[in-house]
Ligand binder design. Structure first.
Ligand code: SAH
Length: 398
């Protein structure tokens, strides 16, 4: 039974269907009536226009996403309720967690694991959390103690330094929540070794969403001269070299990321002679390579998110197209282009069209032979399409 003392939020008749279909977000414009005082982080009972209960959510006073639904049953949100959600997320990933060849994965992926706004990544014995909305921030202490209890981890670190917290009226914070954090944390991903800088690295330290795509790249690079653009700490670089690439050039604008890339090569027993690091801006370096007549057999493009929202899609599309266009000009005939977008507001159809336009402008022909997606530990909830964000295509370019 649900707590009857909670503030009731009634939705407008023409805006209630999405929550009725278990979409977890209630936008401010969908609210018809709110009776009582409610502050950010408070639980509320969400009802439809006929006052029928839709579920329990948590309120965010300053965000456009005014409520995130925690359930659609009305069950009380207790410690036990959160424990069940965490346990369910762990059970879903049981085979991954039992795989000694893979010591890092996403344990909790927010709305897709029915814990809106909570991200938990596991790097060996350390967990890294992001608390991205007021309703989950207010339960931080409880969540940390449950994670320690249910996962057997040795330390828990917070990386809530994301701009999305600004919309929630929450300060960006990082720091140890439990235990002690080692300077670098070594993980194994499908037999490859990586050191992760949890405290200073990007996002939570590593891009776990590309794990399966790194395996794909590894399978494609034998004897190839590869260019890895936006390499970060060398995920695709190590994969390509262990897959038998003749040479890999990695470009990134972050010097610390490249320093870690070099040591990641060493811990995988890779000879430095097979690799070149370029600390620079990919958009400029690709043009310099054209001017110098350089060519590559395979090029990987994994840029940061260019579109944060729908308004930024046109500008982002131009940037994705420019990258693919410049890369195509460097590819040998029959070369491989692996291009990604992690912008949720650019879907696969649009991304494919952008890439097609780039090839046309480069006067090249291409064909897709493989589609790529975020790894399975970042599941896409059917009722919540916003959980799908990473997409990629592997093309042969003639
Ligand atoms: N492929 C990586 C993740 C890439 S994240 C992996 O599998 O781990 C995006 C990277 O792009 C970051 O390392 C960031 O430093 C870099 N970056 C962002 N803008 C850039 C630019 N214009 N030129 C070069 N690197 C850039």
């Amino acid at each position: 039974m649900s707590d009857k003392s909670l503030t009731v939020v009634r939705l407008k008749k023409n805006r209630e269907s999405s929550v009725a279909r278990h979409h977890p977000w209630v936008f401010s414009g969908a609210i018809d009536k709110l009776v009582g005082n409610v502050e950010s982080g408070d639980l509320v009972r969400v009802v439809d226009s006929n006052n029928q209960l839709l579920g329990i959510g948590a309120y965010s006073a300053s965000s456009q996403i005014r409520i995130r639904m925690l359930n659609f049953s009305g069950e009380d949100i207790t410690r036990d309720f959160i424990a069940k959600k965490i346990q369910h997320a762990l059970t879903k990933r049981k085979s991954l967690l039992a795989d000694s060849n893979r010591t890092a994965c996403r344990l909790i992926y927010g709305e897709s694991d029915h814990l809106p706004g909570l991200v938990v990544d596991k790097y060996a014995d350390t967990l890294v959390c992001q608390f991205l909305f007021a309703g989950i921030e207010s339960r931080k202490a409880e969540i940390v103690s449950l994670l320690a209890e249910h996962t057997g981890c040795k330390s828990i670190f917070e990386r809530s330094d994301t701009t999305s917290r600004d919309k929630e009226g929450l300060p960006q914070t990082t720091g140890v929540l439990w235990g002690e954090l080692p300077t670098l944390t070594r993980i194994i991903e499908n037999g490859m070794h990586f050191d992760v800088d949890i405290e200073n690295g990007q996002k939570t330290g590593f891009f776990l969403d590309q794990a399966e795509n790194r395996q794909f790249v590894r399978s494609q690079c034998k004897d190839q001269n590869v260019l890895n653009c936006f390499s970060y700490t060398g995920g695709f670089t190590v994969a390509a070299l262990l897959g038998g690439a003749k040479h890999v050039t990695s470009i990134d604008s972050s010097a610390p990321a490249l320093a870690l890339l070099e040591s990641n090569l060493a811990i995988n027993g890779i000879e430095a002679a097979g690799h070149t690091s370029i600390n620079g801006n990919v958009f400029h370096v690709l043009r310099d390579y054209q001017a110098n007549g350089q060519a590559f057999d395979a090029i990987i493009l994994d840029p940061p998110k260019f579109a944060e929202n729908k308004n930024q899609v046109p500008k982002a599309a131009r940037a994705y197209k420019d990258l693919a266009l410049q890369a195509c000009k460097l590819l040998t005939p029959g070369g491989l282009l692996v291009t990604f977008s992690c912008s949720g507001s650019i879907d696969m159809n649009l991304f494919q069209k952008i890439t097609s336009d780039a090839l046309l402008d480069a006067n090249r022909q291409g064909e897709i032979f493989h589609y790529l997606h975020q790894a399975g530990d970042h599941p896409i909830a059917l009722e919540f399409p916003e959980s799908q964000y990473l997409k990629g295509i592997a093309c042969r370019v003639y």
